[in-house]
Each structure stands twice: as C-alpha cells, then as structure tokens.
Design a protein. Structure first.
Length: 716
C-alpha cells in the first residue's frame, strides 16, 4: 500500500508492487453480474478410465445464449474512478478511448465538456491521481505486466504528457504528495541498486529529479511528514521483526521494533508533525488505531474492534478505509470489516455527512476525493448486486449529485446476493466465508440452498490477504452459469487478528488446505454442493491451492483452474525480484527456509510439482508471460511434467500480461475457455465462445488444444 501525505486520506491505492511486502500472491479480485435461470444444469462429459478427461469425451458442455455476456462482466467500465482536483475546478475519471482505459477530465460544472488527456493504445491506465498544483494528473504504467512502473504527469490544459521516471528496467515504488509542497512529488526508484529503493524529489513543472534519500540502511519503507521532510525508515530483520529508525542529524538511531508475528503499520503524521497514527496489534490480537506522540512514543488508543483488524487494503473498493481531514490530517472515520464493512465515525464534524449519505444511497460509501477546503467530496457507493455509483457531495447543502454509474449495463441484469457465512474448521477456527448461489438454487435470495448444484471454490491470493463482501465478478459469473460459489478466509488470511494470521505459518499445503477441505465438507453437509462436482480455482496463492487440491487431495475436486500459481515453492522463492528482500524474509519465516537441505525438502513436500503423478482430474492453467511474482516457468514446469506422464492439461499464456490480467480482452478470452471447461467437467452452462473474442486477446494455447472445450479453430 502506498502512503501518500495528501488531502485524500492517509492510505490510497497504488501499484501492486507497493504492497508486495505484504505477500507475493495478491489475489485478483473482480466485480460482475448474474442472470436468472430456472433449470439445473447437468454434466454431459464422462470421465476417462484413469479419471482424467479423454479428448474424445470433451464435447460441448451446456451452451446457452441467454447468459450474461462476458463483455458486460469483463469489458471496460463506462466510466470509473472519479476524482476532484484539490481546488474543485476539475473532475477526472477513467474511461475507454478507442477501447483502452485512459484518463478523462472535465470542468467540475460541466461533465459534457470532458476530454481524454492520456492516449494509452494497448495497456490500460488503471490508476491516476491529482497533483496538488491542480494543473497536473499523475498516472502509472508498466510494459505488458513487467511491473517496472513509470510515473507520468499530464498537464490538464495542454494534454502534454511527460515521463517523470524515464529509466529502463527501473520501477517506481512509493509516492508522496503534500498540499504544502504542491509543485513537487517524492518517488522511490531502484535505479542505483535493483534490490532497494532510493527516494527522489521531482519538480512537476520541469521534470527535474534529485536524490533526497539514499538507501544505505536497506529500508523497505520511508516516512515523510507533510513538509516532505524525512522522519523515519523501516527495515525487516532476518527473523522477520520490523525495526523503525528515526532520522537523527545526518544519521539514524533506533526508534521502535515490532516482533515477528505482530504488526504495526504507519498511517501518517498529524498536521503539526508531532504525532502520527498507526494500526498496531502489539499487546492485543486485532490491529487497532492509535495516535502516537512522535517524541515520547506514548500511544493513545483511538478505536479498536475485538473481531477485526482496522483499516487494511481492499482491492475491490476505490477509496481509503481510513477517512482523514484534508489539512488537519486528523482521522475522522474508519472502516470495521469482519463479515461486512461498516464505518465508525470518530469526528462528530462528519457524523451528519455519514447520516445523510446513508439516506442518499443504500450502498456502502467510500469518500474517494476531497477538495482542500473540504466543501466537496466525491463519494463512491458499493454493493454486492449493483455497479458502483459516484456522487458529488456538497457538504454545505448536504446534498449529493449523481455523476455517473460505473457499469450501467450491469445494473440491467438480474443479480444475486453474496452471503457471509461462518464455517468452523476441524480444530475450531471460525472461517469467515462468502457464498453466492444461483437463482434457481435460492429463489428467495436468503442464502439457504433449496437444492444442490455444482460448486466453484475460490481460494484467494496473498495468502496474507482476505476475501470481503461486495461485488465480485467471478462470483457473479459462475453463479450466472449455474454454480454455487464459495470464498473462504482460511487460516493465514489477514483481517481477523494476528492469532488467525499466524495460525497459517508453515501450513502451506497443510492446515491451510485443510480449511478449504472443511469448507467443501460444510457445503456438502449444508445441501449446497454436489460432492462429486466441486471445482477449485484461484489466482496466485489461490492457483497454488488449486494445484495442491488436485495433487494432494485428488479425490475431492472434479477439476481445477489455476491462474499464475506456483508449482514448486523452492524455484518460486529463489526467483523473487531483487527488490523483494522483505517479501523473501516474510516467506522464509512464514512458509519455510529454502536455504537449507531440510527446509528445501519441507517445501518440496508441499509443492504440487513433486506430486504431479497423482493428478487424475482435468486442469486448466493460465499465465502471463511477463509475470515477475510467479514466473511463467512455474506453469511451464508442471505442464511439462504432466505431458511427460501423458496427463491431459490445458495451458494458456497471454503474451502481454504479467501477474494480473489487466486487458479486458484477455480476461474475456480466458474466462470464455474457463466457463466452457467447467460446463464440460461439472455441468453448468456457458456462453458459446466467439472466435473474434479469442482473436482480440494475446492468448497462445501452449497445451491441450485438442481437448479444450469450445476453442475456435481460428485461435492462435
């Protein structure tokens, strides 16, 4: 998570690299929609004698023409990510330009005068942010998913675009902005040493760059105050402890330390710079909000919840989980999210706003942008069965104006709700999970299954991440196709206190997997799922969990869909990018030590590649050719091993993607194959595959062309 010293909050979304230290395999979380059907699908594909599908048995599954189009689920939003300029004169958002997401800007009083100010031709612009000078927008792009991000600035009036970090094979990391220094930004760059980041100041007008902090301490995080003065640095010791150092003259001295197993996250300084806010679980189980005197280190508890960690990063939602005054930098409200998110107001000055916003829209609000005078907000409202809505909120009149709906076509589809459920593991842990049922299996929408249906189990990535309630397009896609969909916060997930997170240590392929098995048993016992028709599918760590499911427990799952999952934990951890030093230490302490023979063997014991011969069920694999987190070789090697043992496998590579499939064309193509694959093997419906849909992607079929269901002959 990138920490910005700005008026829009202490925490704001940024490039995925900025959160790498929290876990390698960040789950791709998405949003989507559902259609209603009244009949239950049935599988038509018999299994081969060895349990794997033979090419002859793979036919057409159950195609239907009345399903929600993939273009609606995976296409570009009509408009998204609305933001106000700090002076309130402009509104910006992301919208397609010639089919690719770009930044658009309009005068705040007349959105009909909108114009595009960026011109990305292939890779979409996924995030932008106003500079405090009110004249420039900042945005980030890499090359085809390689995560070597560059920071660009675009002049709103002229449309001039300047690459502020024009250095090949260098990644821009954290970014700092301050309303007190409106013409300057600070940015991390690993240009001097690929393994660590120095901090540079960049003049927005001229693009001139100068070094302001050389990283001679192996810091993984820097802390600046609102005058952009360097105050702290953080680094991780070999045993996983976090050490905070304070700037002292021309050097550094020890300030504080968080032992391995505990967590403390710096949020930001107050306006005076004499105190700062943290999320801290030392001496307690869940992370609470504290304000700390910077000189004396005396802490004062601001708010805590007994069941859930406060704050946190939520990829599904736009906007921070912590609301901060734009100039006083006082925390005014914070999200508490155990099974569903809710705001806790800490500053009475915004209490009436939250009360009025509850009357304006029935979604969960996120204040995504605020003017410096704090008179105008942009508020995004989210729900589980609707598209995101953006309003301009006038604090003086307490009235909101609808700016736009992110995906209007989505709201014209019949959607089904996501239900929080709590599943008890075999050793008594409470696993907060989310269940979505197809309409024909839950006609009254109460979350209680009326008949059994095939099920898709979706373990999240991270694994130090969590699933949350909200609008999720994979849940909606699969429910629309006739499946129950279950996401499980297995042990090791964060958000539920450190004891729950720490319970996952050294449990990859062990108790973490047992939790998924317990969830499947729960679904069968509750009458949700058909025991022999459960597919496991996930991204990153979820992809690893998929491979573990098909290797270590081959009788539980009928098939698997693995996306960018590692197959050999030793080769995976040995190939981490050089600037992932802290991530490597985290893996060493939480997963296993690949530097010793004993540690290597322990990791190989829970690596899917070791057990590839046990695979008997159909497997579909997808990977980005430029993935830096779980390299393509992780999929190459398990596919090669399966081929050598004559085990059928489908393998799709996208040549212009990395760890995340960012281009809508590629998502549409992959899930076109995935839903046809599921239809054949566990019996749901699928929308027939359009050859043009495949041709628009960068898909290369590396294996399984002869048996992948529905694959057009024209595809590459």
């Amino acid at each position: 998570m990138t920490t910005h010293v700005d008026s829009r909050g202490l925490l704001s979304l940024a490039r995925m690299r900025a959160v790498a230290w929290k876990g390698l395999f960040t789950m791709f979380v998405a949003v989507g929609c559902v259609a209603e059907h009244e009949r239950s699908p049935e599988s038509t594909a018999p299994a081969g004698a060895d349990g794997a599908e033979s090419p002859a048995s793979v036919t057409v599954g159950n195609p239907r023409s009345d399903l929600i189009p993939r273009a609606v689920l995976f296409g570009n939003p009509e408009r998204s990510a609305a933001q106000l300029s700090p002076d309130g004169k402009w509104v910006s958002w992301l919208a397609p330009r010639e089919g690719v997401l770009n930044v658009w800007v309009a005068p705040a009083g007349d959105l009909t005068k909108a114009k595009p100010v960026t011109a990305a031709k292939k890779q979409p612009v996924l995030e932008s942010e106003w500079a405090f000078d009110g004249k420039h927008l900042l945005y980030w792009q890499d090359e085809a998913g390689d995560e070597n991000f560059h920071v660009y600035r675009v002049a709103v009036e002229t449309g001039e675009v300047v690459d502020l970090t024009p250095i090949d094979e260098v990644s821009a990391g954290q970014l700092w902005l301050s309303h007190r220094k409106p013409n300057m930004i600070l940015v991390e760059l690993n240009d001097r040493d690929k393994s660590m980041f120095d901090v540079h100041a960049i003049d927005l007008a001229t693009g001139e760059r100068r070094l302001v902090a050389r990283n001679d301490q192996e810091f993984s995080h820097w802390v600046f105050d609102h005058d952009l003065k360097l105050r702290f640095g953080q680094k991780m010791t070999h045993d996983g402890a976090l050490v905070w150092m304070v700037k002292h003259g021309s050097g550094w001295r020890h300030y504080d330390e968080t032992p391995f197993g505990d967590s403390s996250s710096f949020l930001g300084f107050d306006a005076r710079g004499s105190a700062f806010y943290t999320l801290d679980d030392r001496g307690r189980d869940t992370a609470a909000l504290f304000v700390v005197d910077a000189k004396t280190r005396k802490k004062r508890l601001v708010h805590a919840d007994a069941r859930a960690d406060l704050g946190g990063w939520h990829q599904n939602w736009i906007g921070p989980s912590v609301l901060v005054h734009p100039t006083e930098m006082r925390v005014q409200a914070i999200v508490v999210d155990y099974d569903k998110p809710r705001w806790v107001v800490l500053d009475p000055r915004v209490a009436k706003d939250f009360d009025a916003l509850a009357e304006l829209d029935d979604g969960v609000p996120r204040i995504t942008s605020r003017t410096l005078d704090d008179e105008t907000w942009i508020v995004a409202f989210d729900g589980d069965v609707r598209s995101r809505r953006y309003y301009r909120w006038d604090r003086r009149t307490q009235k909101g104006e609808l700016l736009f709906v992110e995906r209007p076509e989505l709201d014209r589809q019949p959607l089904v709700p996501m239900h929080p459920v709590t599943i008890e593991s075999r050793d008594g842990l409470r696993l907060v999970s989310y269940l979505t049922l197809p309409k024909h299996a839950d006609r009254d929408g109460d979350g209680t299954a009326e008949l059994r249906v095939p099920m898709v189990l979706l373990p999240h990535g991270g694994p130090w991440y969590r699933d949350r309630w909200g609008f999720d397009r994979l849940h909606q896609l699969f429910a629309n196709r006739g499946y129950a969909v279950l996401s499980v916060n297995f042990r090791g997930s964060n958000g539920f206190g450190k004891a729950f997170t720490n319970a996952g240590d050294k449990q990859w392929g062990k108790k973490m997997h047992d939790d998924l098995l317990d969830a499947v048993k729960w679904a069968v016992d509750q009458g949700v799922a058909e025991k022999d028709k459960v597919c496991i599918s996930g991204y990153s760590y979820g992809g690893y969990a998929t491979l573990i499911g098909l290797t270590l427990t081959p009788d539980v799952f009928a098939c698997g869909v693995d996306i960018v999952g590692p197959s050999n934990l030793v080769t995976e951890f040995e190939s981490l990018p050089p600037y992932w030093r802290e991530a490597a230490i985290t893996f060493l302490n939480r997963v296993g030590d690949w530097s010793t023979p004993e540690g290597t063997q322990a990791l190989l014991d829970v690596s899917p590649l070791t057990h590839v011969a046990t695979i008997t069920k159909p497997l579909l694999i997808g990977h980005g050719a430029n993935d830096t987190r779980a390299k393509r070789s992780e999929s190459d090697q398990i596919v090669a091993a399966m081929k050598a043992k004559h085990i059928p496998v489908g393998y799709i590579v996208f040549t212009d993607e990395g760890h995340f499939f960012n281009r809508p064309e590629n998502n549409r193509a992959f899930f076109a194959l995935a839903e046809a694959f599921l239809s054949v093997h566990i019996g749901g419906w699928y929308q027939p595959i359009d050859a043009a849909e495949i041709a628009a992607s960068s898909m290369v079929v590396e294996a399984g062309r002869e048996w992948l269901p529905g694959l057009p002959d024209q595809s590459k």
